[in-house]
Design a protein around this ligand. Structure first.
Ligand SMILES: [Zn+2]
Length: 626
């Protein structure tokens, strides 16, 4: 049950779509990720530099972006559901127009942002206009072109990148899959090393230059550096936000440490001391994933005997009841209807792409859309009748209901409270696909709900993905924040990366690395320049939302077994948060649903408590840590 779904959300892209995918899936769709800043920013706006002028500028900017976003969405939709040379052209053109407007308006917004006496909304919207660009170009001749060329070049190099498998050149997608299934440490080492050497190392100079230019651009917009620009999107001073992520990590780290300790012992048993010693860090290529970011693929190695079976087979149940893809989506809609949300509009059923058409090329990567920013909701999936897609449908619809809930907000507030929230909502709903829920919707016989003894397998399986991911989700931007603010210099880029991998994940590369290497760029989001902290936040928040919903529903059993299906009070409170969009600082949105203004890892700890106890017993007598 892998539900690591993700959206790309620069403001531009978020306005166009909430993109998701179903496996290893914080990979952004390639087209959406390429949003370099192509135009100069200096052109002055026509409104005077006064509070009233700023307000008028914001109103005009908002109207322009909204119109462009609708055109962009229509072009992107037809492109994603009917890929041809012509629709590629139309989508790229619409995307470039949106980005051009965004860059121009960001530069102008930076001037208005300095005016004294701005209203709350004007100030907030000016900030959003400035923060919409992930890689700003400075206002210098040729800088925007150079930045765009660097980013496009790195993304293209990554996309074409190859490692080797048994000496044969092999594309990244295939290597990623093989890392999950191959169990020969020599081959794992070959794939890991060739990928990191071939793809990462050649990008070092371009990345170094990219950091310089985008930092200058960030300064032009009024931020200390690009990392500070990214962190400024969290309604608090950038340094305070960095401290908040540290706090969250310190809360969940004890659980990660136990999982690390147990997994290391199982790997030691599987491979022996020469490959994986009993103590120290885990060898990075043994964890079933190119970046050791999610360990689900090696569940077979760590699964406890007798407790590995989760007790029911959702795919089998769906097939036995002869579910169709449309029925699965109807079931997902039913979840939200049971909470009191209005049914999806008729146009959703007419316009969505629920299954893969046979007569044309499409993008199967699952995503949720609101084309007109009002009620033209759609999903795009190549839905199969199986457990993974059953969960994915619930996740995607979470995006759609969020989009519809904030459709009364002004355009610049049509977004989640912070960029972790959109994904977290979908994942909260996905967590709710419990045996209890399956019984409630008639898929599982009530007398076949698995007993509590079978929970350890279920929880361990989940933890191998969601708990294992946490330190990785955090350290990618720890590294980039340091690179952007200069505390990590080009002379120690790789050392700093591997130090963070050791410090947070407790892993080490399978072979020695030097500054000839550039391992960070072997992960898509570095050349793709997609901020990553949102994925860390989403993993934490989804449990917090889930716990709040379960408490409101009066659930008294173990948290991981809860279902809040059918509870109108939960729906009402959830809607209160969703309807706020990005109009208020995120702690207020969080409070509207959960009653607290603090993000916290406690709910995640509670969810996994039975597993924590079990891991501590298994780890007794072991020297945990690294
Ligand atoms: Zn998603």
């Amino acid at each position: 049950m892998k539900v690591s779904l993700a959206s790309v959300s620069t403001l531009a892209v978020a306005a166009l779509l909430a993109g998701c995918s179903t496996a290893y899936a914080d990979e952004a769709p390639a087209a959406a990720a390429a949003a370099p800043a192509p135009a100069a920013t200096a052109e002055a706006a026509q409104e005077p530099l006064t509070p009233a002028g700023a307000e008028a500028f914001v109103a005009r900017a908002e109207k322009e972006l909204e119109e462009l976003s609708i055109e962009g969405s229509k072009a992107a939709w037809v492109n994603a559901t009917y890929i041809t040379l012509d629709t590629d052209y139309l989508a790229a053109k619409a995307g470039a127009e949106f980005t051009e407007a965004q860059v121009r308006l960001a530069g102008q917004a930076a001037r208005y942002a300095e005016i004294e006496g701005l209203s709350y909304d004007t100030k907030r919207k000016l900030d959003f206009l400035r923060q919409g660009i992930v890689a700003p170009a400075p206002d210098l001749p040729g800088a925007a072109d150079e930045l765009s060329t660097l980013l496009t070049g790195m993304q293209s190099a990554y996309g074409k990148g190859q490692g080797t498998y048994q000496g044969k050149p092999t594309p990244g997608v295939e290597l990623e899959a093989l890392m999950g299934t191959v169990r020969d440490p020599k081959l794992l080492q070959e794939m890991w090393t060739s990928w990191h050497n071939n793809v990462g190392a050649p990008m070092r100079d371009d990345y170094t230059r990219f950091v310089q230019i985008s930092n200058e651009g960030a300064k032009g917009l009024g931020y200390a550096d690009t990392g500070a620009l990214w962190r400024s999107a969290y309604d608090m001073p950038p340094a305070e936000f960095a401290a908040l992520t540290d706090k969250l990590w310190s809360e969940v780290k004890p659980l990660y440490d136990q999982l690390h300790c147990y997994t290391r012992a199982e790997l030691n048993e599987e491979y022996g001391d020469a490959v994986q010693p009993e103590t120290g860090p885990i060898r990075a290529d043994l964890l079933g994933n190119m970046w050791a970011q999610e360990w689900g693929p090696i569940y077979d190695i760590v699964a406890p005997e007798g407790a590995g079976d989760i007790g029911y087979d959702l795919t089998g149940l769906l097939k036995a009841k002869k579910y169709t893809p449309v029925q699965i989506v109807k079931t997902g809609e039913g979840f939200f209807s049971s909470l009191g949300f209005a049914p999806l509009p008729q146009t959703f059923w007419e316009r969505s792409m629920i299954t893969k058409p046979e007569d044309r090329e499409v993008v199967c990567h699952a995503s949720a859309w609101n084309i007109d920013n009002k009620d033209d909701l759609r999903i795009k999936m190549c839905t199969q009748v199986n457990a993974t897609d059953f969960v994915t449908v619930h996740h995607e619809l979470g995006h759609n209901y969020y989009q519809r809930a904030y459709n009364q907000q002004p355009f610049l507030y049509m977004n989640s409270a912070n960029d972790g929230f959109h994904e977290a909502i979908g994942d909260t709903i996905a967590l709710s696909v419990t045996p209890e829920y399956l019984a409630q919707v008639g898929l599982l016989d009530r007398n076949k709900i698995p007993s509590a003894e079978q929970d350890i397998g279920l929880l361990l399986n989940q933890a191998m993905d969601s708990v294992a991911f946490l330190p990785f989700g955090l350290l990618i931007d720890k590294w980039r924040w340091g690179v952007f603010d200069g505390s990590i210099t080009p002379a120690n880029y790789n050392q700093a990366w591997n130090d963070l991998r050791l410090q947070y994940q407790g892993i080490r590369p399978p072979v020695e690395r030097t500054e000839q290497n550039f391992d960070p760029a072997a992960k898509y989001h570095i050349p793709g320049n997609t901020p990553y902290t949102r994925y860390f936040l989403a993993r934490i928040l989804q449990f917090q939302f889930y716990k709040a919903a379960c408490e409101q529903a009066g659930w008294t059993g173990p948290l991981h077994r809860c279902s809040f299906y059918g509870n109108k009070e939960v729906g009402e409170r959830l809607n209160r948060m969703l309807a706020m969009g990005a109009s208020r600082p995120w702690p207020e949105a969080l409070e509207a649903f959960t009653g607290t203004r603090e993000m916290s890892g406690d709910a995640m700890l509670e969810y996994f408590r039975p597993l924590m106890t079990w891991l501590q017993q298994r780890n007794q007598g072991r020297k945990c840590g690294w």
